[in-house]
Design a protein around this ligand. Structure first.
Ligand SMILES: Nc1ncnc2c1ncn2[C@@H]1O[C@H](COP(=O)(O)OP(=O)(O)OP(=O)(O)O)[C@@H](O)[C@H]1O
Length: 310
């Protein structure tokens, strides 16, 4: 599968006094899962709607391999989307898909295929009105998959899923990306998608605050190691090798720039008696929250090579 490169370039959407999206630029690469993260009202849905041709941007563009959705000859082959779970409650899951099959350019048997792919075959004839949130998310994914697309665009796909559902969704999207597909999904919770995504785009108040691989975002955290020893002199000598180390009032040394394993090995090597060794410090979640606050964070301006190329 050759997933398209999704490029959001200088996208702005203005509604009278509200700037829903403000000059947003980022890329979702094929073969990878990109998490589009931000608090409520950040501009995620507006961006995804612009990408899917459901609204026209005030300026800028949102394209698949350089083409807007309306310029694609077979859009359903390129992208499948699930934005809001607006299912007709009286329809069965199968009927919901059958009404969309002609739009996606597929035959009815594809509806049963996608129901099987998302594990809903046994619920195929049940009315969607009685579906749990998790089942609705699965049906949304089935809807997105109808046209056998090479890209999936999913708005809050993990919302309402229980832990088993999240694990299932993660494995499904991982397999899709491993085949070369492009996945762009939104979430307002980093923790919900942290184990799913390869790349992260953070948006707040319409502006992209950060775009990088998840690994690069991890590097923005500042982990600390807390080390306790009854040998204050030995502790001081050992920890002086790490710049920025401080000793707290109770004698605990707080070391930055080293892992607990490195500190433990070094203590062992010099024969320091250790009474406590723990990793702590700023978490990824805290870095994310800082990025979404109004105060600009120096580290949050990193773009990690994710700018669209001219
Ligand atoms: N049709 C509209 N008219 C006026 N303002 C709008 C419209 N659509 C969105 N907005 C505003 O634009 C901003 C971004 O909304 P958007 O729905 O894109 O955010 P979001 O990140 O998807 O949030 P959520 O997670 O709550 O869905 C919000 O302030 C919202 O109120």
């Amino acid at each position: 599968m050759d997933g398209p490169r999704i490029v959001i370039d200088g996208l702005t959407k203005r509604y009278k006094d509200v700037i829903a999206v403000d000059d947003a630029s980022f890329v979702a690469e094929p073969g990878r899962i990109t998490g589009f993260l931000g608090p409520n009202g950040a501009g995620k849905t507006t961006t995804l709607r612009a990408l899917l041709g459901l609204l026209s941007p005030t300026s800028g563009s949102a394209t698949f391999d350089g083409a807007r959705l309306d310029q694609l000859s077979r859009p359903a082959k390129v992208v499948g989307a699930h934005l809001d779970p607006g299912f007709h409650p009286g329809r069965s899951a199968r009927d919901h898909l059958r009404t969309l099959a002609p739009l996606a350019g597929v035959m009815d048997d594809r509806c049963d295929q996608v129901l099987t792919m998302v594990g809903l075959d046994e619920a195929a004839d049940r009315r969607v009105g009685g579906f749990s949130m998790g089942m609705r998310q699965r049906l949304g994914l089935a809807t997105a998959l109808l046209g056998e697309p090479a890209a999936l665009v999913l708005d809050e796909p993990a919302n309402g899923l229980d832990p088993a559902g999240i694990t299932w969704m993660r494995a499904f999207l991982r397999a899709f990306a491993a085949q070369g597909g492009t996945v762009l999904l939104s979430s307002h919770l980093l923790a919900e998608v942290e184990q799913t995504v390869d790349d992260v785009v953070v948006i707040a108040r319409g502006r992209v605050r950060h775009a990088s691989s998840l690994a690069a975002m991890h590097e923005l955290t500042s982990p600390e190691v807390a080390l306790r020893s009854p040998d204050a002199d030995g502790l001081g000598r050992l920890t002086s090798r790490w710049a920025g180390t401080r000793i707290e009032a109770d004698g605990t040394a707080i070391i930055t720039g080293a892992s607990a394993a490195e500190v433990g090995s070094a203590a062992h090597a010099v024969g320091l008696e250790v009474h406590g060794l723990a990793e702590r410090g700023e978490s990824l979640e805290q870095v994310f929250l800082q990025m979404t606050e109004d105060v600009p964070v120096a580290a949050a301006t990193t773009t990690g090579g994710q700018e669209p190329q001219a």
